[in-house]
Design a protein around this ligand. Sequence first.
Ligand code: ACM
Length: 488
Amino acid sequence: MGEILILPAPVSVERGTGVFDAPHPWGLHAPEAAVDAIALLGDRVRPAAQAEAQVIFECVAEGHGPEGYALSIESAGVRVEAETREGFLHAVASLRQLLGDGPLPAVRIQDAPRFRWRGLHVDVARHAFALPDLMRFVDAMALQKFNRLHWHLTDDQGWRIEIKRWPKLTSIGSKRAESPKRGARDEGDGVPYEAHYTQAEVRAFVAYAAARGITVVPEIDMPGHAQAALSAYPEFGSGAPAEVWTRWGISKRLFSVREETLAFLDDVLAEVAALFPGPYIHLGGDEAPTAEWEVCPAAAERMQAEGVDDARALQGWFHRRMATTLARLGKRPVAWDEVLECGAPPETIVMAWRDAAHAQTAARAGHDVVLCPMTHCYFDHYQGPVASEPEAIGGYTDLAKVRAYEPLDASWSPAEAEHLLGVQGNLWSEYIHDAEHLETMAWPRGSALAEVAWSSTAARTEGHADARLTHMLTLLASLGVTHWRPSS
Ligand code: ACM
């Protein structure tokens, strides 16, 4: 029998002797906390009383931590221990990777994650993906023990989530007249584009992800990347009206800091909070050029009233104001690392995208941080020779680079490291047009990141990394998920 190939590599794997070779469906006994995990085993199992079960899941009080588990396979049966629902889900993700047509090898696995935040980000503003495609994406994530999907729902080029109180966000903001032409980014393609998710669809997707252990983190980007919203409601802008943007890049349009705008954003966040039971809402905050605020009378008035020195500091005031709304809604803010430079409240989780130095600065200031630096975690970058790859935004982040990524180098003090929640890969979709392309950009780089996020450096770099990856790509194919292949 071959190697035990589980990706991400577990903490410890001890081979036993013999195999478990009972015919399906196996009689299974499990506690309530394992219900979602068991559902993922499908018709391989059937409920059974404890005395006659061959597969036993047991909830234990300690020993495995909030996400850990033990999985033991012997010739007599299979036993899973965990403290939590998440632990059982991870045990089943491992078990599913061992299931094939033949018997299961005897093995004892002890496992727990290195990092708490194991995320992938999907931009649906530039190009949206149909719900079944996103659900398949979640299937692939869950099998690899990711636990956060950061859903980038709004940007200059489209607003994708229905907000009932403000219907023009989607009736106007989800439509653009055209997109940049492929291969000639400064020209338009002349093809109208529109897409949005209804609240019923959002609920269905969030529940689907939750049943697989994945918290969806919605992002409503502000005060910049707001041109689509402002095309629908120009009265909430700080400059001239504009259409939903038909080019990629960084728009100069910003939400204003007038009371009416803040009340509008409060409404939006209240509806978003009700749709996403998870604890986080991402408030964006990246790439907000201050030019409009520098000449906007309402901004000048606000700066004077609040004793704010300049337009950049006003972004800090704006972020703190929206964080207050989230606190009232029982949610915790997440934001891109620019908010550090203008004064974010301590509860804001900082997502360091520009470089790791921003993560350390944030951690030193007491923020929890997620690392997604462009150098290693931007999966919209090229992954093979530019000449033979589909057009991408730029950059070069190949599989080897992601595999070699070490989030915590020696420059992190223990106190800083305490604040590092984890890592995330980002899939911006300017140059990702459909679900198949999304999958080829995500995998196998995302699989390498799953190991960075979950496995110890020793576990992921020793042994059978190539075989684990090859096995994972075969499993993904069985879920209908494709992946990148080098062009020859
Ligand atoms: C970003 O890439 N603008 C966060």
